[in-house]
Design a protein. Structure first.
Length: 519
């Protein structure tokens, strides 16, 4: 009763002898019960679970044979209702469920705590990666943990530092390269294999008459419709070797000569990725080369003419020792004239060379131009009176001072007056004026001579250039006077101009910076 266990005693025939729950008289034969049948047949304890026909609920049965004298004499069976087991199991399930819920809640709480921590760290790493991608290489997060995330964060920090160093190096090198290319006097154009421009410096943009922002991305032959340039680029991309040539282009009203130097552009693997073209404006260089050639030719010609005449006269005197004194004196007079011409030519060449070489190095000091003009006019006045040429000198009352080399300035005035007197016919007029014009002073030489045709005006300051070569040589000119005037004027920071009309005379004006005299 204390354990709720039912006990039944059964003989070997299955008749119930004793039962703690029911009257054995009303109970049916139990020989067919599984546990009793097994216990009787095997002589060992057996059990089974089934619904009790008597009590009407599931019970667990245990049957044990009763042995007396070495043989089974009956069977004792116990049974326990399973409802108590189910209740115990239910209670156990409740306890297990409760424990499981508590464990799950604790696990979820711990997981939430750790996930928040990991999520925050991963979020920081994500922000760091996004900042690095945006170019902020100083956004590295210093994670001081010791787990895998800390290791990953450290790797990201090191990567950020390395990227920052490399990007700083690239930016510095790019800026240096841009500064170098931007300060070059030559134009630089870089194109890819499709002949599309990806770099164009300022000089190249000026030469090609475009803007860098408009040219980037366009094909070279679309931006610059210069056939030699496009052909040079195409040749480099085709045979992958350097090309050099010259091209003449029209820039407004004048022609420009460009030296094109193109080279293949390769990547670090040596593969061709484009071409680089350097544009060198050699217009001035070619002009100077032409001037040099003309100068050599002209000097040779100017020296050869008097030397040939001198040689002819001298050979005649040598070959004919019996020549009369009057003829010999005439020959020697002509030799003397040619020697004087050579001397004048050499002197002018030396003066021109000195002015060109010294330029800004001319010795300068305050000079009152009125004294120089009076001196030059005094030397030429007798010649003008002898040819019945009216000579007029106009000077202002006050000092007209500039910083200059007085000897060079005398040469300027002498040459201008010499030209005016040579090309002014007898009975004409020459005016020499000194004027103030704001921050400048001006020396003007005006004549009523033969004048200069308009097509010659721009060239009369070139070396050995003569409007009328025969007349110039007849008058003893070397063709260097006006060139000397121009170079001396430029060396003093001034400028020279001429206004002339054929048959009505010329006016030469030399403008020089004035010098303020302070007490």
């Amino acid at each position: 009763e204390a354990t709720g266990t039912r006990i039944t005693v059964i003989d070997l025939e299955g008749i119930v002898l004793i039962d703690t729950s029911e009257d054995p008289a009303v109970m049916e034969n139990h020989a067919s019960r599984p546990e009793i049948h097994l216990a009787r047949e095997t002589g060992e304890a057996s059990n089974s679970v089934r619904q009790s026909r008597t009590l009407g609920h599931d019970r667990m049965y245990m049957a044990v044979p009763v042995v007396s004298g070495g043989r089974a004499v009956g069977i004792v069976r116990t049974s326990l209702p399973l409802i108590e087991v189910e209740e115990s199991r239910a209670r156990l399930r409740v306890h297990v469920a409760t424990g499981g819920v508590l464990a799950a809640a604790l696990a979820l709480l711990m997981a939430f705590f750790f996930s928040r921590r990991f999520s925050a760290r991963i979020g920081e790493m994500t922000k760091t990666a996004e900042a690095i991608a945006a170019g902020d290489y100083r956004a590295g997060r210093k994670d001081r943990g010791r787990d895998e995330l800390a290791t990953l964060a450290g790797a990201v920090d090191r990567m950020s530092d390395q990227l920052r160093e490399r990007m700083d190096t690239l930016v510095r090198e790019r800026n240096e390269l841009r500064a170098i290319l931007g300060s070059m006097l030559e134009g630089v154009v870089a194109v890819d294999r499709e002949e599309r421009i990806f770099h164009l410096n300022r000089i190249a943009a000026e030469i090609l008459s475009t803007r860098a922002e408009d040219a980037i991305g366009g094909r070279i032959w679309e931006i610059a419709r210069i056939q030699p340039l496009a052909e040079t680029i195409a040749g480099v991309l085709e045979d992958e070797t350097g090309h050099t040539r010259e091209a003449r282009i029209t820039d407004g009203s004048r022609d420009r000569i460009l030296e094109l130097i193109a080279s293949p552009l390769r990547d670090i693997r040596g593969d061709l990725v484009g071409a680089v073209l350097v544009l060198h404006d050699v217009t001035e260089l070619r002009r100077l080369e032409l001037i040099r050639r003309d100068f050599v030719v002209n000097v040779s010609h100017e020296l050869k003419t008097p030397l040939t005449a001198i040689r002819g006269f001298v050979e005649t005197l040598i070959d004919d020792p019996e020549i009369d004194r009057e003829t010999a004196a005439g020959f020697l007079g002509r030799v003397n004239d040619q020697v004087l011409r050579l001397s004048t030519l050499v002197t002018d060449l030396l003066v021109l060379s000195r002015v060109e070489s010294e330029g800004e190095a001319l010795e300068r000091r305050p000079v009152d131009l009125r004294g120089i003009l009076r001196e030059c006019a005094g030397r030429l006045s007798p010649e003008s009176r002898g040819r019945d040429i009216e000579f007029v000198l106009e000077l202002p009352k006050g000092d007209v001072t500039i910083l200059g080399d007085d000897e060079s300035l005398r040469q300027v005035v002498d040459n201008l007056l010499d030209n005016a007197l040579k090309y002014t016919p007898d009975g004409g007029r020459v005016d020499l004026r000194l004027l103030r014009a704001g921050d400048e002073v001006a020396i003007e030489v005006e004549d009523t001579g033969i004048g200069i045709d308009g097509r010659h005006v721009d060239r009369i300051f070139e070396r050995f250039y003569r409007v009328d070569k025969a007349r110039s040589r007849e008058l003893g000119g070397t063709g260097l006077g006006l060139s000397i005037v121009k170079h001396i004027t430029n060396a003093h920071g001034g400028r020279v101009a001429v206004v002339s009309e054929t048959g009505r005379g010329s006016t030469f004006r030399v403008s020089l910076p004035a010098h303020e005299v302070r007490d």
